[in-house]
Design a binder for this molecule. Structure first.
Ligand code: MLT
Length: 408
């Protein structure tokens, strides 16, 4: 019999969101008439903007003709898309990113889960707690941890608790780590990192020769000009940071799939021989070996997201979801719930009301209000006592969910 990767057996439960779906489906089966409102997984509900869809339709039509047909896409993504990314996501904010430093992919989830592969098994990994589960679970699968304890914390990982007590700001480790996952605007807490906080992390990473894996999938939701959209807006980041971006939460590509990762040429790691190695070279090798690119029509659609009409439509969608978040904050505060986030992110992070732990509150909301959220403990031990609500839904559903919760 083939030996399995035993590291998978260390994983505590199913992946968080399928686990929630399983519980919700069981509830719906037992309560067929219940009108369940889903504010759990951060999946968008608004249609993809027309200029983006039109670009995809046109590109799909091109595929029908020998003269314009496209086969395998270029390894790192189409140049027209990488040029648009470099110009609008970076140059427009004063950041110089070469198009050969951009790797177009099927999304930030996949890249943030896969990137650990280019590092050695004995690298020490630091994670915020709570954390987007992909960062943690992918390192467990890769064998960088021991077993989990009762709270679901894995031996060998350096956890940086982020709670109301420290204003959800991860404390820089006192010892050495090799890989640091940071996410701003943060999933799940909805809070943001300031420029000063990023500068401190960059200084620490330089000192420790560590690499920061910076997830900026929600940067489109930042409404305060002083908050950086990219870690590269902060001096020195090119030498220590890799950044993940996504078209999911802005252009509505959760089902279409497109994102990208930036690996600057300055970034180095060390081989067992002691030699310094370009991380860009390793990621390029990994990407070209294991990935065959994003569909041409999808890349055309992603590029159209940067057109004036595409950008305008995206701004309107983001404003809509942020307005949902504002409504939720107001209604929940009015009934005495303490809330964080939701200002620069589509997520609200609530303190669970007295007498409820986070899974208990999940069951309570599902059973009594038929509203689905995400238990904070599902994102890590320090998420216990918290609960995440997503603002991704239609306005009538948001209003109805708030009404039902207010009536409890
Ligand atoms: C979430 O709900 O945390 C996200 O939707 C998950 C994801 O983007 O993969």
């Amino acid at each position: 019999m083939a030996h399995i990767n035993d590291n998978y057996l260390k994983l505590k439960a199913g992946y968080l969101f399928p686990e929630i779906s399983r519980r919700v489906n069981a509830f719906v089966e037992a309560n067929v008439s219940a009108d369940v409102i889903r504010l759990g997984i951060g999946d968008v509900v608004k249609g993809i903007p027309r200029p983006i869809v039109d670009a995809m339709i046109e590109a799909t039509e091109e595929m029908a003709h020998d003269e314009s047909f496209q086969g395998y896409p270029p390894d790192q993504g189409q140049e027209f898309l990488r040029e648009a990314i470099a110009e609008h996501d970076f140059a427009a904010r004063g950041v110089n990113i070469g198009i050969d430093e951009i790797f177009v992919s099927d999304g930030a989830k996949c890249d943030s889960g896969n990137l650990q592969e280019i590092f050695a098994e004995d690298c020490v990994v630091a994670l915020t707690d709570p954390v987007y589960p992909v960062y943690c679970d992918s390192n467990v699968m890769a064998g960088r941890t021991g077993e989990a304890d009762e709270d679901g914390s894995y031996a060998g990982l350096v956890y940086m608790p982020c709670t109301a007590a420290n204003n959800f700001t991860p404390k820089i480790p006192t010892g050495h780590v090799d890989i640091i996952y940071l996410c701003s605007p943060n999933n799940p807490t909805g809070t943001v990192m300031t420029r000063e906080a990023m500068a401190e992390w960059i200084a620490y990473a330089k000192k420790e020769q560590a690499v920061i894996l910076f997830d900026a999938a929600y940067e489109g939701y930042i409404t305060d000009e002083s908050i950086p959209h990219s870690i590269y807006e902060v001096e020195g980041a090119r030498e220590v940071a890799i950044e993940f971006r996504s078209f999911s939460k802005n252009a509505g590509f959760t089902g279409i799939r497109c994102g990208y990762t930036v690996v600057p040429k300055e970034l180095k790691g060390r081989a067992a021989s002691g030699e310094e190695v370009d991380l860009h070279r390793l990621w390029a090798r990994r990407h070209s070996t294991r990935f065959n690119g994003v569909a041409y029509p999808v890349q055309r659609g992603a590029a159209a997201a940067f057109s004036p009409a595409g950008r305008q439509a995206i701004q309107e969608i983001i404003a809509f979801y942020l307005e949902n978040a504002a409504i939720m904050r107001e209604k929940l505060r009015a009934i005495g719930i303490t809330i964080y986030g939701g200002e620069h992110a589509p997520y609200l992070w609530l303190e669970t009301p007295e007498g409820h732990d986070s899974w208990g509150f999940f069951d309570y909301l599902l059973n009594e209000a038929h509203v689905v959220g995400t238990p904070g403990a599902g994102f890590g031990a320090a998420g216990e006592g918290y609960f995440r609500l997503s603002a991704f839904n239609h306005r009538d559903k948001i209003n109805e969910a708030m009404e039902r919760i207010s009536r409890l």
